[in-house]
Ligand binder design. Structure first.
Ligand code: P5A
Length: 436
């Protein structure tokens, strides 16, 4: 993509409404624009990141054996009356009336919707287990939407749901998601720690929030410091027993403030970390809460009706964009991990209009694209200063700089955005350096 043609409305000034760094940087880099309170449009740069995150989430869900579906954003109030959550959910639910005076709502989550699909489709325990997920927009009329897309009213969530015959099977499904979440966040360059959490309006008595530590986080947490150094298993057999992996993580103390355990905290003494964090995922086991009330029953091995054992599993896909920036930036801007970067390489032409520079940059641009490298080419007729500043602001992992002086010797400069390290390289070797 040529930057001269790219829709990336960067801001020079720091927007006054933005209180935390990720919100400021997302606005300044032209990634998002506010439409109304807690509701945002995603502009090309931001949307590319959102799609990268979505892709990692999708790949890891698929590997863990979950299947992707797409359900409506608008749901029927009657379904929510069956589970008795229609009134219980309160003013956070956006309620809508259609032209026939039927009560509808914009889904804040989809336990009822998926249970309704399931009860109409699955008859026998032989059809279990099943796990389904979607990546779709949710609406919660948050009392205090803030921090940009971190606590939005409309936001993108991966919501998954498991269906099992027995509690033990449900535990296995929970464990599969537990481990797949560790891997998912790790691939985005994040250290997300599973912590005991309150289950709130989703319900159930076992639940973990996946938290990344950040001073700007909304959640107060405590955990054993060793959890921050644990290695995530990179080769997982999802058909095997994952309990040992889960035990390794849950045997050490980690809890959100609602679940603080002063006794356990005191026991670990100096190893206790007290911090703030951002909740990027949340998983729940709630047994038969929805299947009982909504009559989602299968025929068990003895022919008797058994209500389904269920869990649900959420990832804040749009929140992750902010969360990654909170944990990876410096005073000049964003530092994208390569796996979610909107482009891998930023190619800077230091002297647009100069024949030699234009030719070398145009050639390299097309070589990189042919090699499948995602490259943003700053071909604008601007001074070097603003070009460097924009490139640092938008945080692409690699910058390739071509100017008249180096080019006279066939040399370009390659800068690593994260470390700041610069290396001189022959222009002719650059495409190979980044290819595959
Ligand atoms: C799990 C999936 C649920 O809704 N039902 C289906 C369960 N869980 S949750 O914890 O309430 O939400 C899941 C994740 O969504 C993100 N999230 C938000 N992101 C941006 N703005 C919001 N207002 C918002 N609310 C929730 C969080 O990452 C949360 O872990």
């Amino acid at each position: 993509m040529r930057l001269s043609r790219f829709f990336m409305p960067t801001l020079k000034e720091t927007p006054s409404e933005a209180q935390i760094v990720s919100h400021r940087l997302m606005l300044r880099a032209g990634m998002i624009r506010q439409a109304s309170a807690g509701i945002y449009s995603w502009l090309p740069l931001g949307y590319r990141v959102l799609k990268k995150i979505e892709r990692i989430v999708r790949e890891e869900q698929d590997i863990a054996g979950s299947q992707e579906v797409l359900m409506p954003t608008i749901q029927s109030a009657d379904l929510w009356r069956e589970s008795e959550r229609y009134d219980a959910y309160g003013p956070e639910m956006l309620r809508i009336t259609d032209r026939h005076d039927r009560e509808m709502l914009y889904g804040p989550t989809a336990e009822e919707q998926i249970t309704d699909i399931f009860r109409g489709s699955i008859r026998s325990y032989k059809d279990l287990p099943q796990m389904l997920y979607q990546i779709h927009w949710k609406f919660r009329d948050e009392i205090r939407p803030r921090f940009g897309i971190m606590r939005g009213r409309e936001f993108l969530m991966k919501d998954g749901y498991s269906f099992d015959l027995t509690k033990d099977d449900a535990r296995r499904s929970y464990n599969r998601m537990f481990v797949s979440y560790l891997r998912t966040f790790q691939r985005m360059g994040l250290k997300a720690v599973p912590m005991q959490a309150e289950s709130g309006p989703i319900g159930g008595d076992m639940s973990h929030e996946f938290i990344i530590l950040a001073d700007t986080g909304e959640t107060k947490v405590q955990c054993h410091k060793d959890l921050l150094g644990f290695d995530v298993p990179d080769d997982v057999d999802y058909q095997g027993d994952l309990q040992p992996v889960v035990d390794k993580w849950t045997s050490l103390y980690a809890a959100t403030d609602e679940k603080y355990d002063e006794v356990r905290a005191a026991q670990i003494g100096d190893a206790l970390v007290t911090a703030r964090g951002i909740e990027v995922g949340h998983i729940f086991y709630f047994g038969t809460k929805y299947s009982q009330s909504m009559n989602a029953v299968v025929n068990g091995p003895d022919g008797e009706g058994v209500p389904l054992e269920m869990g649900s599993y959420g990832i804040g896909v749009s929140r992750l964009v902010g969360g990654i920036i909170e944990s990876s930036h410096d005073e000049n801007g964003i530092i994208w991990p390569e796996s979610v970067a909107p482009f891998t390489v930023g190619l800077i032409n230091l002297k647009s209009g100069d024949d030699a520079c234009d030719t070398a940059c145009d050639d390299l641009y097309s070589q990189l694209r042919k090699a499948g490298v995602e490259v943003l080419y700053d071909d604008r007729a601007l001074r070097a200063g603003p070009k460097f500043a924009d490139m640092d602001l938008i945080g692409l992992p690699w910058q390739v700089v071509i100017g008249p002086r180096g080019l006279a010797n066939g040399i370009a400069e390659v800068k690593n955005r994260k470390t700041g390290e610069k290396e001189e390289m022959p222009v002719t070797g650059i495409a190979d350096r980044f290819a595959g």
